[in-house]
Ligand binder design. Structure first.
Ligand SMILES: [Zn+2]
Ligand SMILES: [Zn+2]
Length: 253
């Protein structure tokens, strides 16, 4: 096993993988089926606040820039999508929000991600943290259920959700092999147990898609974590960089 990356044990009862039998998406599967790849004409990630913008939005944009190695824009806040609101449950139908947002995707955007202050649901589900559409390059996530007295934890949850949803919109499927930010989760508790990093295969998918260099990306993340005082994350990235300088095998995962 590669240092710093843990293979998954069989799922426990109630965890995502115990309920959904998803197949592994290899790097080759990914490259063959990717619906949305970076090009010079489409290179931006755009975060679109829906409803009152979170005070974290700028930090989310900075983190996305480090994580994906792409330029990030924050769009002007828009009101929530009224017709998607269901008063009896005081939630918004995420598919209807997506339909509305699909008409707003800028031509230079690789991904448009709505960042909603309000709660979302989908058919048959009590709530959803987010939903994405690969073909339409658009997704939405909700911060409504991420609240906690520990502000750093809330930020971590928001980063994790954002990177997971953008990963999906870049055609990356749920990870079923490693502890990884692309693991599916049923609950906030389950998602809190997932790391913020990509496993080796999902990292290679991102590199294939965007062309981001591994060392550049890790250095950018390390600088972000150090500035934030997230010492464990900075140390983890530092070990990855050190391992690579010792092995001297750029581009291998
Ligand atoms: Zn997911
Ligand atoms: Zn993974």
């Amino acid at each position: 096993m590669e240092e710093g990356f843990e293979r998954l044990a069989p799922p426990r009862r109630g965890e995502w993988r115990s309920l959904f039998d998803e197949k592994e998406q290899t790097v080759e599967d990914y490259a063959a089926g990717c619906a949305n790849r970076r090009s010079d004409a489409r290179s931006f990630l755009v975060l679109q606040p829906l409803g009152t913008p979170t005070p974290m939005i700028r930090r989310m944009a900075d983190y996305a820039e480090a994580f994906f190695g792409l330029p990030v824009r924050v769009g002007p806040a828009r009101p929530p999508v009224d017709r998607a609101h269901v008063p009896t449950r005081d939630q918004y139908n995420s598919s209807m929000v997506l339909d509305e947002m699909a008409g707003l995707v800028p031509s230079d955007a690789l991904v448009l991600l709505g960042v909603a202050a309000h709660d979302l649901f989908a058919r048959g589900k009590r709530f959803v943290f987010g939903e994405g559409s690969l073909e339409r390059r658009v997704g939405v996530c909700s911060l409504a259920r991420l609240a906690h007295p520990d502000a750093a934890l809330v930020e971590r949850r928001a980063f994790k959700l954002m990177c997971h949803e953008i990963g999906h919109i870049l055609s990356i499927a749920h990870c079923v092999t490693h502890r990884c930010v692309m693991q599916g989760s049923n609950t906030l508790e389950e998602s809190d147990g997932h790391p913020l990093h990509l496993c080796p295969a999902d990292l290679r998918k991102l590199e294939w898609n965007t062309g981001v260099g591994r060392d550049d990306r890790y250095r950018h993340l390390q600088a972000f974590y150090e500035a934030a005082g997230w010492t464990a994350d900075a140390a983890w990235v530092g070990r990855q960089l050190k391992k690579r300088s010792v092995l001297g095998t750029p581009g291998e995962g």
